[in-house]
Design a protein around this ligand. Structure first.
Ligand SMILES: NC(=O)c1ccc[n+]([C@@H]2O[C@H](COP(=O)([O-])OP(=O)(O)OC[C@H]3O[C@@H](n4cnc5c(N)ncnc54)[C@H](OP(=O)(O)O)[C@@H]3O)[C@@H](O)[C@H]2O)c1
Length: 251
């Protein structure tokens, strides 16, 4: 029987091995957008409105490692609200490794929101070691933008009524935040896909069938077929499958 040459048992890998498999390309001169999602076998992106019910130990382990490797965690405001996001956390060993890679101690969370619809008293502001970035628009009410700035956020106005992908990439590039980890949600991922801006996808399949009316991991008005190369498949004993897909270079 032929076997997949890039399929492995997760138990064969320690955290250094997992970090190696998920290294960003060296010497990036522009943002590289890695997207990470967990879904059920039947494609649901949430159960009861959040992704928590889909998590497994392997998914949590990878989630932590991907955050450690990132310069910034990019996320849509819908996910921040649904999941009550706080700031990313790093422990001393992670901070040492980040400094050795020339990174700040902790990656900021960058929230994309047209309306600056983020509660200044939410965990994003009150439970974070580093100030979040709010990527928003001129049309967002000035009092909301001011309240977020007063609560400690860095508020960047990146468009009139919508934050375009090019503006996100440009703002992160100017800040030197090239190793981007996008944690969704489906609307933001859909936009990035439609704009051909997704460099790779890490997709965890949780060993669950859930039914229900939950959506898929991407949603956009316009479809865009993006050929991807399977970089690896990792299986955990509980049935979780971790996959990494990298965009095929354009011909
Ligand atoms: N399974 C997983 O791994 C995973 C990961 C992430 C999310 N989720 C789930 O996905 C659901 C949320 O889905 P969603 O599609 O609403 O998430 P989303 O993409 O995080 O949020 C959409 C919202 O973000 C803002 N936004 C996104 N892109 C924007 C842009 N280019 N310009 C301006 N604003 C932009 C808008 O908010 P404003 O109204 O503030 O303008 C928009 O309504 C939740 O149930 C969550 O649990 C699952």
């Amino acid at each position: 029987m032929r076997q997949l040459d890039n399929a492995t048992y997760l138990t064969a890998l320690d955290d250094d091995g997992l970090r190696d498999l998920h290294r960003y390309p060296d010497d990036l001169s522009a943002p590289w957008i890695r997207v990470n999602f967990v879904a059920s076998i039947d494609g649901a992106v949430a159960t009861n409105g959040t992704s928590g019910g889909l998590g497994t130990p392997a998914d949590h382990r990878l989630f932590t490692i991907l955050r450690e490797l990132a310069d910034v965690v990019l996320v849509g405001a819908g996910t921040v609200r649904a999941e009550n996001y706080g700031g990313a956390r790093t422990d001393p060993a992670q901070r040492d490794r980040r400094r050795a890679r020339g990174q700040s101690d902790t990656p900021p969370i960058a929230v994309v929101t047209a309306g600056a619809h983020v509660d200044p008293s939410s965990r994003l502001l009150t439970d974070a070691d580093v100030a979040p970035l709010i990527l928003t628009c001129a049309d967002a009410p000035a009092d909301r933008r001011r309240a977020l700035a007063d609560a400690g956020a860095r508020v960047l106005e990146l468009g009139g009524s919508h934050v375009e992908t090019a503006a996100i990439r440009s703002a992160l590039g100017v800040l030197g935040l090239h190793r981007v980890l996008c944690e969704g949600g489906p609307s933001l991922f859909g936009q990035l896909l439609a704009d051909d801006a997704v460099d790779e996808l890490c997709l965890t399949t949780s060993p669950l069938l859930v039914g229900g009316a939950s959506g898929r991991i991407s949603s956009s008005p316009r479809a865009m077929a993006t050929p991807m190369r399977r970089a690896h498949v990792l299986g955990d004993d509980d049935g979780t499958v971790l996959t990494r897909w990298v965009r095929e270079p354009s011909a």
